[in-house]
Write a protein that binds this ligand. Structure first.
Ligand code: RIB
Ligand code: NA
Length: 343
């Protein structure tokens, strides 16, 4: 059977304005362009899973389904989001079209003067209504427990914490890949991560995760604007392995590369993998999502062969995900800039 990935998360319409620089307070500036794109961290990651699963233009070896919500009768969903998901091999039957609420939106400013760096303002809309735990679990397990469940931080915190608890419990036990992006303002208690298979965070999210952990206050941390040191990364991930039993922790460090730590009762594998060199960065939007989706597909393929993640080649999965993310930043938009697996 083909492995199954279900992504429970957000769907957004992205309004992208490119500008030579970001205006200051009270300033009006002529920008370069405004374009509308399909986006949202949940649906971007679903698309990345779907596209990664294409081994040729006509064959896909992983089943991918999106679970989330949009506003009813939304022309942008009908003309942009839904077709893009479907062309990427992602089923949309789990996307609920809700009355009386808008599809989520993201206003994205791409600073052309600053290596395509972006600033994003998200209005959750229908994503804030993804809160019926029983219904989500029913949809997610309708034809059996999926091999992989992927989640982010753009749906309500209570939903995410509830689903983490359910899918990491012996009853539903599945491989959850959690990318708390953006981190909830109230944070995520380490306890909620008990039994999690894979945690993917960037440096900021990693720091935010530890702001309430008193035991680590004594650990010398680098300044907030400085890159994390490898020593710091080792300590933080060791804590996550020991306290929450997380199997794989991945910290994406932008141009510094990707750090991962993989611990089972029998071995520890950790390493800092350099970033793939990119000639010209056009738009970094969606790079993190591309990484998570490609990684999730590698995990799903592995689980189709053997039970458990103990023998997963994490280095290889990170390598492939890195290459895909490097392609993404050389193209405009989020979802559309995610490469297919055969590219
Ligand atoms: O990760 C990129 C995404 O974040 C964008 O597509 C936008 O919708 C925001 O949610
Ligand atoms: Na991009």
């Amino acid at each position: 059977h083909k492995p199954v990935i279900r992504v429970v998360g957000s769907l957004n319409i992205d309004f992208v304005t490119r500008t030579p620089r970001v205006p200051g307070p009270g300033e009006t500036l002529s920008a370069t362009s405004m374009t509308v794109h399909p986006g949202g961290k949940g649906s971007n990651q679903a698309v990345a899973c779907g596209k990664a699963a294409f081994t040729s233009p006509s064959s896909q070896d992983v089943v991918v389904e999106m679970i989330g919500a949009v506003g009813a009768n939304d022309p942008y969903y009908a003309s942009l989001l839904k077709p893009t998901l479907e062309k990427s091999g992602v089923s949309t039957t789990g996307v609920e079209e809700m009355e009386g609420v808008q599809t989520g939106t993201a206003t994205i400013i791409v600073d052309e003067g600053s290596h395509g760096e972006n600033r994003i303002l998200v209005v959750p809309g229908a994503n804030a209504r993804v809160n019926d735990l029983a219904k989500i679990i029913e949809t997610a397990t309708k034809d059996g427990i999926p091999d992989v469940v992927v989640m982010q931080g753009e749906i309500p915190r209570s939903t995410v914490l509830g689903l983490l608890k359910a899918f990491n419990s012996p009853h539903y036990k599945t491989c959850v890949i959690f990318n708390p992006a953006p981190m909830f303002p109230e944070g995520v208690p380490i306890d909620a991560l008990k039994g999690l298979a894979v945690l993917v965070v960037n440096e900021t999210e990693c720091r935010q995760l530890f702001t309430c952990v008193d035991e680590l206050k004594t650990v010398p941390t680098s300044g907030l604007d400085e890159p994390m040191t490898e020593l710091e990364l080792n300590r933080l991930t060791t804590y996550l392995h020991n306290k929450a039993g997380i199997l794989i922790v991945v910290v994406t460090l932008g141009s510094q590369g990707v750090y991962y730590s993989f611990e089972t009762p029998d071995f520890l594998d950790r390493s800092l993998i350099p970033a793939v060199k990119v000639e010209r960065v056009v738009d970094t939007t969606g790079a993190g999502d591309t990484f998570v989706g490609y990684f999730a597909t590698a995990v799903a393929r592995h689980l189709a062969q053997v039970k458990g993640l103990e023998n997963l080649n994490v280095r290889e999965a990170v390598g492939r995900a890195n290459e895909a993310a490097a392609k993404c930043v050389q193209r405009n938009g989020a979802m559309e800039s995610i490469p297919f697996g055969y590219e």
